[in-house]
Design a protein around this ligand. Structure first.
Ligand SMILES: [Zn+2]
Ligand SMILES: [Zn+2]
Length: 241
């Protein structure tokens, strides 16, 4: 688009803060007040799962592991990373993106994913795989928010997206309705791999909007593992803990 055309569009439809709607100078962004309220996850965090540490007094800063990861001899993923804490400040942005057609948030959130995934990019990644929706839900909601995130992230990183080889073949109730154990049961066996050769020997990055207990991502990883990938990483916009 020419600069002149852009100026006319900006004049008619000035860019607004994605959260509060205040007019700002930059597209795909937040105003300073809203940006400062977002709780970005920063070091120190568990070097495997990305869980932020509240108190690290007495611990060394390199390669810190949380108690869960320290216990796990055969972890089911290589790295887990999230950009922000899922709290009262990030929640409205993610909910409106996921359920209320604010698909224009995808680029902003993908920029956050790119920053949060720096350890993953450094270790190497071959493909982005969004957590799939069941087709009935996709018809109802019209878009898969994770696929939109993966698409924008792919443009920013140059890593291709695999949209269709991991499928959700069983319809599940929304995970927000359940907690802990029941969440795990709700998604058990819900995913399968259609073309295992696409994943064999590849370094896969699973993309989702929010990680709560990790049950959904774990079930996706289980299905993907049957295709013998080289590694599986988890990258989400937000995490609850
Ligand atoms: Zn704002
Ligand atoms: Zn950990």
């Amino acid at each position: 688009m020419s600069g002149f055309l852009r100026k006319i569009i900006d004049l008619l439809l000035p860019p607004r803060c994605k959260k509060c709607g205040r007019i700002i100078g930059d597209d795909d962004s937040l105003c300073e007040t809203c940006f400062n309220q977002i709780n970005f996850i920063s070091a120190p965090y568990c070097s495997r799962c990305g869980r932020p540490f509240e108190d690290i007094s007495g611990l060394k800063h390199d390669h810190l592991l949380c108690p869960d990861c320290a216990r796990e001899k055969h972890p089911w993923f290589r790295f887990g990373r999230a950009a922000v804490h899922y709290d009262d400040f990030s929640k409205p942005l993610i909910i409106s993106f996921k359920f209320y057609d604010r698909t224009d948030h995808a680029l902003l959130l993908a920029k956050w994913l790119k920053i949060a995934g720096k350890d993953i990019w450094a270790a190497g990644a071959d493909m982005l795989v969004p957590v799939p929706l069941h087709y009935t839900r996709l018809i109802k909601r019209k878009y898969n928010q994770s696929a939109l995130l993966a698409k924008e992230l792919s443009k920013l990183t140059g890593i291709p997206v695999e949209y269709s080889a991991l499928v959700r073949h069983r319809r599940t109730r929304p995970q927000v309705e359940f907690s802990g154990k029941i969440r795990r049961r709700n998604v058990r066996g819900a995913f399968s791999v259609k073309h295992p050769q696409k994943f064999k020997g590849r370094r896969i990055v699973l993309i989702d909007d929010v990680m709560t207990t990790g049950s959904t991502l774990k079930e996706c990883a289980k299905a993907l593992r049957s295709a013998h990938p080289r590694s599986i990483d988890l990258l989400t916009v937000a995490r609850t803990t």
